[in-house]
Design a protein around this ligand. Structure first.
Ligand SMILES: Nc1ncnc2c1ncn2[C@@H]1O[C@H](COP(=O)(O)OP(=O)(O)OP(=O)(O)O)[C@@H](O)[C@H]1O
Length: 581
């Protein structure tokens, strides 16, 4: 069988140049430019040349995609001298677990959920006002910033000022007992790299190349860690891959400027990829109005000449699901299979409404993942993703972290997978009320986790947590997946993904203080100043539109202002008149 890397069509000349480029560069890549394919190919070529390569990405989805290129497209395995995983996992594995005890002052560090970080923090020492400890995040200089859920009458800056001193004491106490949240672990890793002699050089020298995909999303603390590794002079090659226009994680401390600083400090070259293999030219032509580039990307893929114009459709704000109905009609007319499309919304409340789940109760992610896997198995539709989700629940229960799976040998993994099958097959009947189902499932979980380890680290009731208001809902009804084509999702969920068609549903006005989403998205088109927090909203729209190969549309509430509609039309969207719209 020929190696895909030798086939002329697999990589374009521009992509091949990136694969073979000398060390140390920033790859700036437009949406659909094949940066994941290029990164995967570079990994393979460097590894084949004998280099030890660490390929990281900000999200698990990003990591899965690089793995997919390496193993499915290029048919390679990843040897133990190399690494593929999130930046977070990289820092945990090579910095936090081996060294953090030194800076935390504990015997062995472990991770805790942000919700279980510790007691609430009193604001200004006043017992009546409390903020969750997990909501305070370390900055690289050791100060704290409140990023948690809002409190009535308090801005986040006020909570930071009123709670940071006490939160700092509590976090240091927790550290002395070995406890750190996911986010704190990045701070303690940074402290290791800065303060533990030789640690940064040892980690930097462990690999010949460190490749960071989705670099624009790397958090402030992670970027500071990369800067420390770079500063040792032992990191032979750093390759940052990203697109600042797709930076949508500012709320987790990501700063596109931070990437540019690192690039400048290290004197890295910038290499661009500007051909879009995903979308039609018509989609590229509208998308350019929502990014910082002034020229549209050049569509070169299979659907470059697809003739469906991006459109505006309208929906009744009292019934957002009408947006989905219009979309269904359009894609049927275009001959697009609905299961290859997606409906996106910025806001989770709107996602819920679009999925017709408004009346439904809340359910924590782990019991939901288990329930869906049980449901899928009973319908014969369970996929790898369902089983992996349950593997992670079991690993979390047994060893305290879902990530422990990665440290297991093949036999250990086989045992976990057997436990997964046991848990799914022995799960309670789906006709039970949801709350009862979760409680009974927790009992089964305790049994299977104790088969793996004598004393599971987590209480099964904490792993699978039920809630008081779940009693009225039948578990089976709750876990039924909405039909795959029309499960609305948040834009963050589909980052890096490709769909045949995309509908982005804009939320109308929900408060006197917050403009309707479409107004924010189009402010710059109407010549208005865009504050930084709104710039991120525009990037979110940009990410959403650029997921589409053939057709994209924006659904606006019928009461959207003419100025907004006109600005979208000027950007190239076709206004579609629909019955009743
Ligand atoms: N040289 C190529 N020839 C044909 N198809 C390609 C080529 N490179 C990439 N593609 C295809 O284009 C699509 C987008 O590629 P990929 O997911 O790697 O892009 P990306 O740059 O990571 O996108 P984004 O930044 O928008 O997430 C994929 O379907 C991929 O298989």
């Amino acid at each position: 069988m020929t190696d895909p890397l030798d086939e002329p069509g697999y990589l374009t000349p521009a992509q091949r140049l990136v694969v073979d480029a000398p060390p140390d560069f920033l790859l700036t890549a437009c949406p659909g430019s094949g940066k994941t394919r290029t990164a995967g190919a570079r990994f393979v070529v460097r590894a084949q040349a004998g280099d030890r390569v660490a390929a990281t990405s900000y999200t698990n989805i990003g990591v899965d995609q690089i793995r997919e290129v390496i193993s499915s497209e290029l048919g390679r395995t990843v040897g133990p001298e190399s690494f593929i995983g999130t930046v977070h996992k990289f820092l945990l594995q090579y910095v936090f677990y081996p060294f953090a005890h030194i800076v935390m002052g504990c015997s062995s560090p472990h991770l805790v959920d942000a919700e279980n970080a510790g007691d609430d923090v009193r604001l200004n020492g006043d017992n009546r006002w409390r903020a969750p400890l997990g909501g305070f995040r370390f900055r690289p200089d050791g100060s704290l910033l409140y990023c948690g859920k809002s409190l009535p009458g308090w801005s986040r800056d006020q909570i930071t000022a009123a709670g940071s001193a006490e939160a700092a004491i509590m976090k240091r106490r927790a550290a002395a007992r070995g406890r750190a949240t996911f986010d704190d672990a990045m701070y303690w890793s940074l402290r290791v790299l800065r303060d533990v002699p030789g640690a940064a050089a040892a980690v930097a020298g462990r690999f010949d190349e460190l490749l960071v995909d989705e670099a624009q999303d790397t958090s402030e603390l992670q970027l500071a860690c990369l800067t420390e590794l770079s500063g040792t002079g032992r990191l032979r090659s750093l390759v940052l891959v990203g697109d600042v226009d797709q930076s949508i994680y500012a709320f987790q401390g990501a700063t596109p400027q931070g990437v540019h600083r690192l690039v400048a400090d290290r004197g890295m070259r910038s290499v661009p990829l500007v051909e879009n293999h995903r979308s039609s030219q018509l989609i590229c032509d509208v998308a350019v109005h929502f990014c910082s580039r002034d020229q549209p990307d050049v569509a070169v893929g299979e659907h470059a000449d697809f003739t469906a114009r991006p459109e505006i459709v309208f929906y009744d704000p009292a019934q957002p699901t009408t947006a989905t109905d219009h979309f269904l009609g359009r894609i049927a007319a275009l001959g697009i299979d609905p299961t290859t499309t997606t409906v996106l919304a910025r806001n989770n409340a709107l996602v819920t409404l679009l999925n017709n789940q408004a009346e439904r109760v809340e359910c924590a992610p782990r019991p939901k993942a288990l329930g869906r896997a049980v449901m899928a198995l009973r319908h014969g539709t369970a996929g790898r993703h369902d089983l992996v989700a349950v593997d992670k629940i079991i690993a979390y229960a047994a060893w305290g972290e879902a990530d422990s799976l990665d440290g297991l040998d093949p036999e250990g993994r086989r045992q976990v997978r057997n436990a997964t099958i046991d848990l799914i097959t022995a799960a309670p009947a789906l006709g039970l009320p949801l709350q009862q189902w979760i409680r009974d499932a927790a009992v089964v979980l305790r049994g299977v986790a104790s088969e793996l380890v004598a004393v599971p680290v987590r209480r099964s009731g904490d792993v699978l947590r039920s809630a008081a208001d779940q009693g009225d809902v039948v578990a089976g009804d709750y876990f039924t997946r909405p039909s795959p084509g029309f499960a609305a999702r948040s834009v963050h969920d589909v980052k890096g993904a490709t769909r045949e068609a995309v509908l982005v549903v804009a939320r109308g006005r929900t408060s006197p203080y917050r403009p309707p989403e479409a107004e924010t998205w189009t402010a710059h088109l109407r010549g208005e100043q865009v504050p930084p927090e709104h710039a991120e909203e525009q990037r979110i729209l940009y990410v959403a539109l650029t997921r589409a190969r053939k057709y994209c549309a924006i659904a606006l509430p019928t009461n959207t202002s003419t100025a907004v509609i006109d600005s979208l039309q000027r950007a190239g969207f076709l206004r579609r008149r629909i019955e009743g719209g």
